[in-house]
Design a protein around this ligand. Structure first.
Ligand code: MRU
Length: 346
């Protein structure tokens, strides 16, 4: 397994995911400004990995700060937090991790700045380590839903690259394979940025998992032809009624799965649930640049002046979701009460 992100003290080491699968290049991020642009341009991506990166970003800013007065230190930290929070609007783990980091500052106001700095680094490392454990638990819980022999469809990348180590949707697959289940994965290419083609197939092959790449438009026909046993995807933000925001195209897959009577599973840590959002319609959906659609890489594939919509995520209503797999257990519909009891316990 590879590690998408590591803390190096004076820098954050990440894989440049834009260059995969042709080149495996690590970048050392030395400032929060560099980190903010690495998150915005998807050098690092996937909701849990973005959360870990943001926590490391605050820790980095603290580590580099020479401020001795709490007031000035806090101001610097707030500037970094605000810069990082303006990168990816849908990924809830980003805001969740930044809130945890801010709470460390606020609850230790009376301590010396050098002590708060240490606490911030410790908290970021904790978030990183926790994510690995949580994903392993998601994998363990989710694998109980997977038959001994299964064809599984997945979308985008919710694997090692999108988390600190084990992955969420792919974590379910890795644990199932580890348990000796015979798994074949069908990975959608995931237009426009091809996370499925570039990242999911790359990491599954690296880990010896049987994977077949399909175009996004093949999904329905493959469901009909290939005995797909279930669809497993990750999530960027989950409302308290169980509506799920995930990579654009997830909603269409969920509808297709329902038509073909295929269970549709979402695998996500409870840190992806947004307690302030009641329904999917309230989730802010990121829109990205037109270039991502009118070009593939540097090659233009559409007229320059065509109108474009580039929503990076969509919302799948809870009624299409058979179960949400979390580290705290498998939630089945109706989700509302179960989600509120889980969030109460978090
Ligand atoms: O735009 P991306 O690549 O960050 O989108 C990623 C996804 O949609 C993932 O499915 C989601 O973040 C879950 S990752 C465990």
């Amino acid at each position: 397994m590879i590690r998408s992100i590591e803390w190096k003290g004076n820098s954050i080491k990440i894989i440049n995911q834009k260059l995969l699968p042709t080149k495996l290049v690590y970048v050392n991020i030395k400032t929060t400004k560099e980190l903010a642009s690495a998150i915005s341009d998807l050098t690092i991506r996937g909701a849990p990995a973005i959360g870990v990166a943001a926590a490391f970003g605050v820790a980095l800013e603290a580590n580099l700060s020479k401020e001795k007065s709490f007031k000035r230190f806090r101001l610097k930290m707030e500037k970094a937090i605000s810069l990082l929070s303006n990168t990816r609007p849908t990924a809830f783990n980003l805001f969740w991790a930044l809130k945890r980091m801010r709470e460390i500052i606020e609850s230790n106001k009376n301590k010396e700045v050098h002590h708060i700095k240490r606490l911030l680094i410790e908290e970021a490392l904790k978030i990183h380590k926790e994510d690995e454990k949580i994903c392993k638990k998601i994998g363990e819980n989710g694998s109980r839903l997977i038959p001994q022999k299964a064809n599984i469809m997945t979308h985008c990348n919710a694997g090692s690259l999108a988390t600190s180590y084990w992955g969420t949707a792919l974590g379910v697959i890795y644990t199932s394979v580890k348990k000796g289940k015979k798994i074949r994965v069908f990975a959608t290419e995931t237009r426009p940025l091809l996370q499925g083609a570039r990242l999911t197939t790359w990491e599954l092959l690296l880990n010896g998992v049987d994977v077949t790449l399909i175009t996004d438009n093949e999904a329905g026909f493959i469901m009909k032809k290939e005995d797909i046993d279930c669809v497993v995807v990750g999530a960027d933000r989950i409302a308290t009624n169980g509506d799920v925001a995930n990579k654009i195209g997830t909603y269409s897959l969920a509808i297709l799965a329902k038509e073909h009577r295929i269970p549709f599973y979402v695998a996500a840590p409870t840190s992806t649930f947004d307690p302030s959002i009641k329904r999917g319609e309230e989730i802010p959906i990121e829109q990205r640049s037109r270039d991502e659609i009118v070009k593939i890489g540097t090659t233009r594939i559409a007229p320059d002046d065509v109108n474009v919509r580039n929503y990076a995520f969509d919302v799948t209503p809870a009624r299409y979701i058979s179960a949400i797999v979390t580290e705290k257990g498998i939630l089945k519909t109706p989700f509302k009460k179960k989600i509120s009891s889980i969030l109460g316990r978090r």
